[in-house]
Design a protein around this ligand. Structure first.
Ligand SMILES: *Cc1c(COP(=O)(O)O)cnc(C)c1O
Length: 375
């Protein structure tokens, strides 16, 4: 039996009745834009993230874009981002006419290396945007200390890290603003595109609410140039149903990570590096990333073997951000980011979804070992 990288059908089967009931309620009400469904989800999502406010938006990308807009990031500003992340992290900066300033990552957690940030700060630096990649928080204390010293904002790209904890604080509650994606493959996934921004500052939250509807308050009076960044009521209703299940799903992923650790430890192999949960952090394993330090050839051979054995796997991400063609004219794009390049060449995401059985995990481990023996 094939083992997919992610199987959402099992999760759906477990909440099917609830989902069909609330979506039917939305259809019957014919109220699709904002309203009670969105308010209810935002209230509970803010409580879950331990923030004062949460504002539902149209996607994780729009969460990042809107967050930078309310912080007045614009032409010729600079925003510090990790050199290794999903494209949107740097894409939103460029879309505002600002400049993404790349900083290499730490291979221990695949997050921005705080020791390399200071050297990249200039009078134009408007914000630092750490990404909590794969579901583990970036070293926020170090990042906040630098931001505070320079009086700049910190926007958390928590798209992959809903519910991840850092020294007793929750992802999205630590920086100035927190940005979430509910893309279906995230731990909390909508039935389409959706996202949210979390905030503790009342004035910023109010601005977020206005920017979501073209900078409008009251109706048809526009104070800012915002956008249509609204979350669908239908998505909010489904996310509201899913939220109470989220902790159990995280626990399933964490249990599976522990099974991988135990099975790989049965015959230790220096040719494969497992993800590490750093002290004081709760990893929610949106992705389970293994690394083959020998390099791209080994990684690609394992990938090909797993695919032929019917096991889902994927490279997140094959290029660093500065290597992307569209950033070729961004200053710093031609510099080297050795750890980011190593991550792009050596890592592979393997199945971690909560419904995996120990037997399936055993099969993934067996096939990875088999692939390594033949390379
Ligand atoms: C998924 C993701 C986004 C974008 O979210 P969308 O909802 O797909 O727009 C941004 N940053 C990171 C790190 C992501 O993983």
């Amino acid at each position: 039996m094939p083992i997919p990288l992610l199987d959402l059908k099992q999760q759906y089967a477990s909440i099917r009745e609830e989902v069909l009931r609330v979506t039917a309620e939305v259809y019957e009400s014919q109220l699709f834009i904002l309203g009670k469904r969105v308010d209810d989800f935002e209230r509970d999502f803010a409580a879950y993230c331990r923030t004062k406010h949460a504002v539902g938006v149209s996607s994780g990308t729009d969460a990042l874009l809107e967050a930078l807009m309310v912080l007045d990031v614009g032409v010729d500003d600079e925003v510090i981002v990790p050199a290794y992340s999903f494209f949107a992290t740097a894409g939103v900066v460029a879309r505002l006419g600002a400049r993404p300033v790349f900083v290499d990552i730490d291979l221990g957690d695949y997050n921005i290396d705080p020791a390399r940030i200071e050297a990249k700060i200039t009078p134009r630096t408007k914000a630092i945007m750490p990404v909590h990649l794969y579901g583990q928080c970036a070293p926020m204390d170090e990042i906040l200390a630098i931001a505070e010293q320079h009086g700049i904002a910190v926007v958390e790209d928590a798209a992959q890290a809903v519910g991840a904890d850092y020294r007793g604080r929750r992802a999205g509650s630590i920086g100035t603003l927190g940005c979430f994606s509910f893309f279906p493959s995230k731990n909390l996934g909508a039935f389409g595109d959706a996202g949210a921004i979390t905030a503790n500052d009342d004035a910023l939250a109010e601005k977020l609410i206005d920017f979501r509807v073209h900078g409008m308050r009251p109706k048809y009076f526009h104070h800012y140039v915002g956008g249509n960044f609204r979350i669908d009521a239908l998505q909010a209703a489904i996310l509201h149903i899913k939220l109470p299940h989220l902790e159990a799903w995280h626990e399933g992923r964490r249990r599976n990570a522990e099974i991988y650790r135990r099975l790989f430890a049965e015959s230790a192999d220096e040719r494969i590096v497992l993800p590490e949960e750093l002290p004081g952090r709760r990893h929610i394993y949106n992705q389970y990333i293994v690394r083959f330090p020998e390099g791209r050839e080994t990684r690609d051979r394992v990938l090909a073997h797993l695919k032929s054995a019917g096991i889902g796997c994927e490279v997140y991400y094959p290029l660093t951000l500065p290597q992307q063609e569209c950033f070729r004219n961004v200053p710093g794009a031609a510099d080297r980011y050795p750890n980011s390049e190593a991550a792009a060449e050596q890592t592979l995401a393997i199945p971690i979804y909560p419904e995996l059985t120990e037997e399936q995990i055993g099969e993934v481990v067996t096939e990875i070992r088999r692939a390594l023996r033949s390379t």
